[in-house]
Ligand binder design. Structure first.
Ligand code: FAD
Length: 404
């Protein structure tokens, strides 16, 4: 019997345990996760870890002895297979049943598979875990032609790293621009041009029919022809890991549904991080699942607050970053509901921002090598969404005028 049983030893799950101990919570805590590693951060997996510029031990969220010293039981390499919300227990693939007072579901989600023949061939990779990247990196050493399926952040970051390493990289994107799900068109076009300038081939509107090869992939067949590939990376998003909790009766849509205290529809069961579907003020009151470190940490803190008797509803301006070549993109707010955009600065200078507006209010910014806009834009997003502040458009467009 644990006071707090946390399922998923990733960014969000680990943060619950850390925040509980920080708040002097003395109850028993177990952190259970399928991966063999102690909690580590994923962002470097498609950036400096893929590039071989960051060592594995530097991915760890805390030093190895932290968990025992804080009396947090790590149960690694173990998967929760069923939850009984009435009996307040969870069963694992080791055949044990663990009782709980509070259950925190922080399971993230596995990469979405591309539904085409050949997806299981050797040489077809995803980037979600350290183990994924270790195999990928070893194989990439001898690869010449690398095909990346998906022009989202992870695919583009990998393209930047691998092209810098001298590989011939092709990105196959199904939509008519990269980053289509997350950014406005000027940002997409900017990144397409940057990648092309670095020698990456970007194919838009790509229709993949098949991964070809005997045992190991050697080509990708698209509607337009066959492209040789020594290695393929599929980066087309994740599927939230909800099955076991859904089977226990939790309300699920695009993720586990939670309220603003991260409570699911089951008693004493919370869900947080990439797998949690919540109504977000910065999504203009719409339900959303956020896949970011910021959201994982802030939702974890919300849960720790509820468990320690100091509940504080989740309220945080979303932010995110992506590094490609020497470009540091920082985003703040959520651009999904925008009806207009304004460009600040000259994209050709390599330092500029795209401001997203909804009914004149600033709802988000994508800032490229423009840290000042990112920092100052946060307050503008907050004032726009929470108080309906409508800034002067001419001032907004003028990058000489600080957003402050
Ligand atoms: P995860 O960190 O995925 O942890 C979930 C864990 O639960 C996993 O270890 C999983 O194996 C385990 N699990 C699943 N089911 C079970 C079960 N039934 N029983 C036990 N354990 C289970 N975010 C940013 O903000 N900026 C970035 O630049 C950025 N870059 C990224 C680059 C990559 C390559 C990736 C993959 C992600 C990146 N992210 C980035 C996203 C960020 O890492 C995630 O949002 C964050 O890790 C989510 O935390 P989580 O705890 O919800 O899920």
């Amino acid at each position: 019997q644990y006071d707090v049983l946390i399922v998923g030893a990733g960014q969000a799950g680990a943060q619950v345990a850390m925040s509980l101990r920080m708040a002097n919570f003395e109850g028993s805590i177990a952190l259970i996760g399928t991966e063999p590693d102690a909690p580590y951060e994923r962002p470097p997996l498609s950036k400096d870890y893929l590039a071989g510029e960051k060592a594995a031990d530097r991915l760890q969220l805390r030093p190895a002895d932290f968990w025992t010293s804080r009396n947090i039981e790590l149960r690694l390499g173990e998967r929760v297979t069923a939850v009984d919300a009435t009996a307040h227990n969870a069963t694992t693939d080791r055949g044990v049943t663990l009782g709980y007072r509070h259950l925190v579901w922080a399971t993230g989600g596995p990469p979405r598979a591309l539904p085409v023949p050949g997806g299981n061939l050797a040489g077809v990779h995803v980037i979600r875990t350290r183990a994924d990247v270790d195999t990928l990196r070893a194989e990439a050493e001898t690869a010449t032609n690398i095909i990346i399926v998906g022009g989202g952040y992870i695919g583009l970051e990998a393209a930047a790293v691998l092209s810098k390493a001298g590989k011939h990289v092709t990105v196959l994107e199904a939509m008519d621009r990269v980053l289509a799900r997350v950014a406005g068109e000027p940002v997409s076009r900017f990144y397409e041009a940057q990648h092309r300038a670095h020698g990456v081939t970007i194919v838009l509107g790509a229709k993949i029919e098949k991964f070809e090869g005997e045992g190991r992939v050697n080509a990708v067949r698209t509607a337009d022809g066959v492209l040789p590939a020594d290695l393929v990376i599929v980066g087309i998003g994740i599927v939230p890991a909800v099955a076991e909790l859904a089977a226990a009766g939790a309300k699920v849509s695009n993720g586990i549904e939670v309220d603003n205290l991260c409570r699911t529809s089951l008693p004493d069961v919370f869900a947080i991080g990439d797998c949690a579907f919540h109504v977000n003020e910065y999504a203009l009151g719409n339900g959303i699942r956020l896949e970011s470190v910021q959201n994982a940490i802030d939702q974890a803190k919300t849960v720790a607050g509820v468990i320690t008797g100091a509940p504080k509803p989740y309220h945080a301006v979303p932010w995110f970053w992506s590094n490609q070549y020497d470009l540091k993109l920082q985003t703040v707010g959520l651009s999904g509901g925008h009806d207009a955009t304004v460009t600040r600065g000259d994209p050709a200078s390599g330092s500029w921002s795209l401001v997203y507006l909804n009914k004149g209010r600033v709802v988000a910014l994508d800032c490229i090598n423009a840290a000042r806009d990112f920092v100052q834009g946060k307050a503008l997003v907050d004032a726009g969404v929470m108080q309906g502040l409508v800034p002067d458009l001419e001032l907004l467009k003028n990058s000489e005028v600080p957003l402050k």
